[in-house]
Structure formats: structure tokens, C-alpha cells
Ligand binder design. Structure first.
Ligand SMILES: [Zn+2]
Ligand SMILES: [Zn+2]
Length: 172
């Protein structure tokens, strides 16, 4: 079962020109990225939600920090990422006029904070999640972690195992 945090707009008692602000605990979901899984730790974070009402519509703002754990893109060791999120959505008072003026996270007066937080987080992630900026990655020859064991392979080295492998390759 997927647990999600929603906010019921029907409980909101604000008029045009007023703002609602509150701290909400948001249930975060794991993220799939490049076939790997990234987990928010903890999976519940406090977030600041603010809703500003105008005669033309509502502006929703959400701010929180998340710590993400998952494999490094280069060496597959644990990588930890701290991401500050600040997101904004808009819903026009009469959204039927224009689809662009509708937030996808609002359904039947319920704002899906978990889905919004997940998408906002995905947008803030770097192209490559690394354990450290200068991660050396895995050795393309032997597959060992170059951060733990920095080394190079001498092309000329005649390890009998390698030459046997090379021979086998030639025959294929
Ligand atoms: Zn790494
Ligand atoms: Zn190697």
C-alpha cells in the first residue's frame, strides 16, 4: 500500500487576499532513477505549505529538505544527497478556461502533497548522483573500486590468465 499525504482544501477558511501557512509532515516515496532505487531518509519530512488565495486562483508553495540514499552512478557505493526543495503550483479559480492554469496535484479539493513532493524532488536532482564529486568509479578492466584501490593496468603485463582470455577472444 502506498501511503500518501494529502491536504483537504475544503478545510481551508481563507478569503481572497489571504494566506494560509502551516507545517505538514509529508510522506515521501522512493525514486527510480536510471534503473536504481533512491530512498528518502527519513521518509517523512516536515514541510512548509503555504496557500495564497486571489480572486483569480490559488498559489500553492511547498518547501522542505530531503536526504536521499542510493547507489553512486560511477562506483555503486552508497551516495547521500541533501536536496532543498522549493516548489510552486497554481490553480485558477476557473481552470476549465485553460488547462495550463490547473495543477495536476489537485483532485476533488485534495492536494496530493506526496506526488507533488516526489516530482519536485526529481526535478532538483543532478544528472549524476555521486558518492563524492571526484569519485574515480570502477576499473573498466577488473571492476575493482578505484576509490579504495587506485591502480592502473599495464597493457604490456603478460598475466597468463589474461593472455589465455585474449586467445579465446581471438578464436571467437
Ligand atoms: Zn562513487
Ligand atoms: Zn583494475
Amino acid at each position: 500500500m502506498v501511503r500518501v499525504t494529502t491536504f483537504n482544501l475544503r478545510t481551508l477558511k481563507i478569503r481572497s487576499g489571504e494566506q494560509f501557512r502551516d507545517e505538514r509532515e509529508i510522506q515521501l516515496q522512493p525514486l527510480e532513477l536510471g534503473g536504481q532505487r533512491y530512498l528518502p531518509v527519513p521518509e517523512k519530512v516536515p514541510a512548509e505549505l503555504s496557500i495564497t488565495r486571489a480572486s483569480t486562483g490559488d498559489v500553492f508553495e511547498l518547501a522542505f529538505r530531503v536526504r536521499l540514499h542510493g547507489p553512486c552512478f560511477r562506483c555503486l557505493d552508497d551516495a547521500v544527497l541533501d536536496v532543498p526543495i522549493s516548489a510552486r503550483e497554481y490553480q485558477a479559480a476557473s481552470p476549465e478556461v485553460d488547462e495550463e492554469l490547473r495543477t495536476p496535484y489537485l483532485q476533488d479539493d485534495r492536494l496530493d502533497l506526496s506526488a507533488w513532493a516526489r516530482d519536485a524532488l526529481a526535478l532538483e536532482l543532478p544528472d549524476k548522483i555521486l558518492c563524492r564529486p571526484e569519485c574515480a568509479g570502477l576499473c573498466p578492466v577488473c571492476g575493482k573500486n578505484l576509490n579504495d584501490e587506485p591502480h592502473e593496468h599495464d597493457e604490456e603485463a603478460s598475466d597468463p590468465r589474461w593472455s589465455a582470455l585474449a586467445e579465446l577472444k581471438d578464436r571467437l
